[in-house]
Design a protein around this ligand. Structure first.
Ligand SMILES: *Cc1c(COP(=O)(O)O)cnc(C)c1O
Length: 379
């Protein structure tokens, strides 16, 4: 796949790898566990229509998005699929939520009552999942107070309980706290007498999921985002041995090659000064594309398999790298920001460390200016 003669900066998305990743994650889950594909923020910047279509072909069971607008966009291609809205719904969004048939998250009795009234006014029924706060301190009803929310929903004719979930705050770093969260959740579900309701989706695990699926707990679904997009960084996860393929590659090109004498400052603020005569390449991408200024004097790109350090500040449209080691380099050649070049590789995780960021944020930071190009082959 080569588009390097058409763009200054671009992302290549391998939909075949996405499909295989879903298959492998599934193979590592017990039979019958449902797969909720998380495709919020335009599918982590991968393009929701293209990726969700492929995830459907790969037998995802349901989708999750951040808000009503994202749900509406996904519905353009996913009519009939369950779509869970993970975020809180603003009053102005309620009618659209109900009319579109999206599934709402309920975190309080007040929300349940609001949704029930709006659904009643429209003469419709709204499907909901109750979210339980077990130690994230964000959405969800506090686990010791969940019973009232279940009662409010049960007593409403316009709301139909379809699932229960929680979210872990520290699954990567702290298996102990995650176990505590899991126990609080199971306790809350049992207290409400709902642990045997096979018609409900009961879920907690995201990509960092840990040991959720023994016979003694009620979990029957996972919510996977990052892992399906090819990023693994979870030693404690049940998925740690799954061989996940990269889906996302990020490229730019060499716009100019030049030599600088020793003692020359490079880029705004003169934060880098050459120590000897060097050869530099000016790349045709900058923070306006998704190379954050945090990568200034820290990050690298790959050109012909060689690691080329970023010199000085990343600017909006251009980035300067040291190409002294790269022989016979020509203007127009490809530089890899994230991905492989010969035997070298820069992963999303490595890139995120240079930029004091996290892989999710790296995906979300690639801007609108950057075209996403899809390879569809199954291989
Ligand atoms: C984003 C999100 C997920 C997916 O998390 P990953 O770590 O990307 O797998 C799951 N659940 C909730 C509530 C989320 O907001």
């Amino acid at each position: 796949m080569s588009y390097s003669n058409q763009h200054r900066c671009w992302v290549e998305i391998d939909l075949g790898a996405l499909e295989r990743n879903l298959g492998r994650i599934r193979d590592n889950l017990p039979q019958g566990v449902r797969y909720v594909a998380v495709v919020k923020a335009d599918a982590y910047g991968h393009g929701v229509h293209q990726t969700a279509s492929r995830l459907m072909q790969a037998n995802a069971d349901a989708f999750a998005v951040a808000n009503v607008e994202e749900g509406a966009r996904l519905l353009e291609i996913a009519r009939g699929w369950p779509i869970l809205v993970l975020g809180p719904v603003l009053p102005e969004e309620e009618n659209a939520l109900i009319q579109l048939g999206l599934v709402a998250t309920v975190s309080s009795c007040e929300e349940a009552i609001r949704f029930s009234e709006s659904a009643g006014n429209l003469g419709q029924t709204l499907d909901v999942h109750v979210k339980i706060d077990t130690g994230m301190g964000r959405l969800g009803v506090w686990h010791e107070e969940a019973t009232r929310v279940f009662q409010t929903i049960a007593s409403s004719e316009n709301l139909r309980l379809r699932g229960i979930y929680t979210h872990y705050s520290d699954a990567v770093e702290s298996p102990e706290f995650t176990r505590e969260q899991r126990a609080r959740f199971v306790q809350a579900v049992r207290a409400a007498g709902l642990e045997d309701r096979n018609d409900l989706l009961i879920h907690a695990d995201n990509s960092a999921g840990t040991e959720a699926f023994d016979r003694n707990n009620p979990f029957n679904a996972v919510r996977v985002g990052l892992l399906q997009f090819g990023v693994t960084q979870y030693p404690s996860s049940v998925f740690h041995s799954v061989s996940i393929e990269p889906v996302f590659r990020f490229f730019t090109r060499v716009g100019l090659i030049k030599s600088l004498p020793a003692g020359t400052p490079v880029s705004y603020g003169r934060t880098y000064v050459t120590k000897e005569r060097i050869r530099t390449a000016i790349l045709t991408a900058g923070y306006g594309d998704g190379i954050p200024t945090a990568a200034s004097n820290r990050g690298e790109v790959l050109i012909r398999g060689q690691r080329c350090p970023i010199l000085g500040r990343v600017t909006m449209d251009q980035t300067v790298v040291d190409v002294t080691k790269v022989e016979n380099l020509e203007v127009g050649e490809k530089a890899v920001i994230i991905g492989r070049s010969e035997s070298s590789e820069i992963t999303v995780s490595e890139f995120s460390r240079w930029t004091d960021s996290i892989p999710w944020e790296v995906f979300c930071s690639v801007t609108k200016r950057v075209p996403r190009l899809y390879s569809t082959a199954r291989k």
